[in-house]
Design a protein around this ligand. Sequence first.
Ligand SMILES: *[C@@H]1O[C@H](CO)[C@@H](O)[C@H](O)[C@H]1NC(C)=O
Ligand SMILES: *[C@@H]1O[C@H](CO)[C@@H](O)[C@H](O)[C@H]1NC(C)=O
Ligand SMILES: *[C@@H]1O[C@H](CO)[C@@H](O)[C@H](O)[C@H]1NC(C)=O
Ligand SMILES: *[C@@H]1O[C@H](CO)[C@@H](O)[C@H](O)[C@H]1NC(C)=O
Ligand SMILES: *[C@@H]1O[C@H](CO)[C@@H](O)[C@H](O)[C@H]1NC(C)=O
Ligand SMILES: *[C@@H]1O[C@H](CO)[C@@H](O)[C@H](O)[C@H]1NC(C)=O
Ligand SMILES: *[C@@H]1O[C@H](CO)[C@@H](O)[C@H](O)[C@H]1NC(C)=O
Length: 287
Amino acid sequence: MANPHIALLKLTSIFFVIASVPELCGSTKTFTLVNNCKETIWPGITSSDNHSGDGFTLNQGQSTVYTAPTGWSGRIWARTGCNFDNNGNGKCQTGGCGTSMNCTGPGSPPATTADFTLGEPDFYDVSLVDGFNLPIVVKAMNGTGNCSTAGCDGDLRQNCPSELATKDNDRVVACRSACGAFDTDEYCCRGSYGNPATCLPSNYSKIFKQACPAAYSFALDDPTSLITCSKADFVVIFCGSRNQTVCSYHDKQIVCNKSSTAYKAIPQSWWVLMLPLTYMFNLRIMP
Ligand SMILES: *[C@@H]1O[C@H](CO)[C@@H](O)[C@H](O)[C@H]1NC(C)=O
Ligand SMILES: *[C@@H]1O[C@H](CO)[C@@H](O)[C@H](O)[C@H]1NC(C)=O
Ligand SMILES: *[C@@H]1O[C@H](CO)[C@@H](O)[C@H](O)[C@H]1NC(C)=O
Ligand SMILES: *[C@@H]1O[C@H](CO)[C@@H](O)[C@H](O)[C@H]1NC(C)=O
Ligand SMILES: *[C@@H]1O[C@H](CO)[C@@H](O)[C@H](O)[C@H]1NC(C)=O
Ligand SMILES: *[C@@H]1O[C@H](CO)[C@@H](O)[C@H](O)[C@H]1NC(C)=O
Ligand SMILES: *[C@@H]1O[C@H](CO)[C@@H](O)[C@H](O)[C@H]1NC(C)=O
């Protein structure tokens, strides 16, 4: 951080924003989105019944709190290499959803996705079925049930087979799924390959599984990648790994999960001290 005084000023004002957040209704869902990447990303969120989708800029090292309305289910992913004008019109190198900042439908492949079906319990997974553009990890905080961590431990862009690579000036910006690249029944689990007994892991999906062991690596992958959990808040980390400590925003508190200890609730007056260790939280409270 360049200037500690400016940083402290920012933190103080964010503190007051957090302190003045109204009580959130019990049926909404809190997602903390963390950008651990070495670049700016533009998360996209699909629309769902009675709710428009969303999209916004998330700078390197920044976190944001997204409150999904009652009844929302859908997909969260990251767009990379975007160029939006002041009206929110533009294009992205990967994951773009048409030409606008706000998304309604899903992004265009290849892109890693975090999928949520919210209810009682919630279901979630990380999926590479539409390919990979950056690592995603989903952690469920303070929930009951299985609630295990979904997603990646590594970056598939670094060992993407060349026939699957999407490049920009020789730099691999994304890795297509074998289905996306070759469009065969075998890789896409269609036709006579349309059931789990015949659609088996391929040499490609095995490479995907290595980077993201707790994610769907192809359409009919082992369903253990789909995880259930009740009453959790979710943290979606872009470019993180499954074993890292994360913090989420819960009941007006920053709650952190350290790998060795149980959840710790940090009183508000203390969490400013924690921030150098964690991230800056910028709040977006959705209607
Ligand atoms: C959408 O709104 C309608 C009318 O208000 C309601 O009946 C329906 O249950 C809502 N759907 C969801 C998923 O919340
Ligand atoms: C995107 O949608 C949100 C509400 O969902 C709205 O506040 C925001 O202004 C929209 N942004 C653009 C660029 O349209
Ligand atoms: C977490 O996992 C990553 C990737 O697997 C590894 O490089 C790192 O050393 C691990 N960190 C800890 C604290 O275990
Ligand atoms: C995967 O298998 C196909 C056909 O069996 C082969 O052509 C290709 O070279 C293999 N790719 C890798 C990365 O092993
Ligand atoms: C939770 O789900 C994961 C993935 O499906 C599985 O590997 C793990 O054994 C489950 N844990 C418990 C405690 O059921
Ligand atoms: C916190 O995260 C670590 C690393 O993912 C995990 O091993 C641990 O079980 C989590 N703690 C709790 C209380 O769930
Ligand atoms: C965790 O959830 C329980 C209810 O399930 C709640 O009483 C408790 O305050 C929560 N803990 C934190 C740290 O948010």
